[in-house]
Design a protein around this ligand. Structure first.
Ligand SMILES: C[S@@+](CC[C@H](N)C(=O)[O-])C[C@H]1O[C@@H](n2cnc3c(N)ncnc32)[C@H](O)[C@@H]1O
Length: 276
């Protein structure tokens, strides 16, 4: 695997992944082309072969995060996201969690008797039992609050009072599975200009810290502007990025180089969780 580590590789990801050793990747974080919404620089998208390669190369306990949405064609959402999720299950992955990427600034839509689409799916697949989870925590609204006895209804016995003091509310709790981000506004995300559909660096950071530890290998087989790879590099993980387009690979390399050349950016730009 050594020759592929910390590289951005131009090519069809199926052909590139075929050269990887099996059970070698800790986390794949990627976003495929959504139906035929965009053509990028021309691409082929052999979904089933990609999914099969991902299963082969993912380590036991490793994770694949698949960020995806559907096109609406002739009045109906295609359902491609669900079909893909079920195929991942069919070939052996667990559907570990169906998470939501909610956008604080969604693209305005023409009104067609439906509510504005403001989210995408983040399907989290695991190969067997998840080996790494570093949960992101958020502050509890009522931290420290201690309730006296509470009155509750027990339907067989009528109203009862619990006299024991309840434990004080914890300072922090594990974040829920709907994650909200602003798209394309932050300076670090503006660096992806030139690619039509990058996801936010904060989204990549949150998944990378959740599912990997320092030194692990993070793959994005359709890396576009390189958001996953840049974020992995900044978090001291190893990365591998693949994209069909030479132009997007150059953009990804340029983004990574910026952080290689100015290591102080690590300190200045260190992500603060909870501040999206
Ligand atoms: C939704 S974009 C990914 C954007 C990326 N997450 C980012 O933050 O910039 C999908 C990418 O998949 C690439 N692509 C499509 N089919 C591919 C294939 N078979 N092999 C490699 N890359 C492919 C396209 O060139 C495009 O850049």
């Amino acid at each position: 695997m050594k020759q592929h580590i910390n590289k951005i590789i131009t090519g069809n990801c199926v052909e590139v992944m075929e050269k990887f050793e099996e059970n070698s990747i800790d986390l794949t974080l990627t976003s495929p082309p959504y139906d035929n919404l965009r053509t990028y620089k021309g691409f082929v998208f052999p979904f089933k072969q990609i999914a099969q390669q991902l299963f082969r190369i993912t380590k036991e306990g490793g994770i694949v995060v698949w960020v995806v949405n559907d096109a609406t064609i002739k009045g109906s959402e295609t359902g491609t996201s669900f079909k893909q999720a079920l195929y991942f299950k069919e070939i052996g992955f667990n559907l570990h969690d169906t998470m939501i990427f909610q956008k604080t600034n969604p693209i305005p839509q023409i009104y067609r008797k439906r509510y504005n689409g403001i989210f995408e799916y983040m399907f989290v697949f695991s190969k067997g039992k998840v080996k790494t989870h570093n949960p992101i925590k958020i502050d509890c609204l009522h931290a420290g609050l201690q309730l006296n006895g509470t009155t509750y209804k027990n339907y067989s016995k009528g109203e009862q009072k619990r006299s024991k003091m309840a434990k004080p509310v914890k300072k922090q709790k594990i974040k829920g599975n709907i994650w909200e981000y602003v798209v394309g506004k932050k300076a670090e995300d503006q660096e992806a200009k030139g690619h039509p559909a990058p996801f936010p660096c904060a989204l990549a950071r949150d998944h990378i810290t959740s599912w990997t530890n320092e030194g692990d290998i993070v793959l994005d087989p359709m890396c576009g502007s390189g958001t996953t790879c840049v974020s992995a590099f900044r978090l001291n993980r190893n990365y591998i990025g693949i994209d069909m387009s030479e132009e997007y690979c150059e953009l990804a390399q340029k983004r990574i180089k910026k952080y290689e050349m100015q290591p102080t950016l690590f300190q200045e730009d260190t992500p603060t969780y909870g501040d999206k």
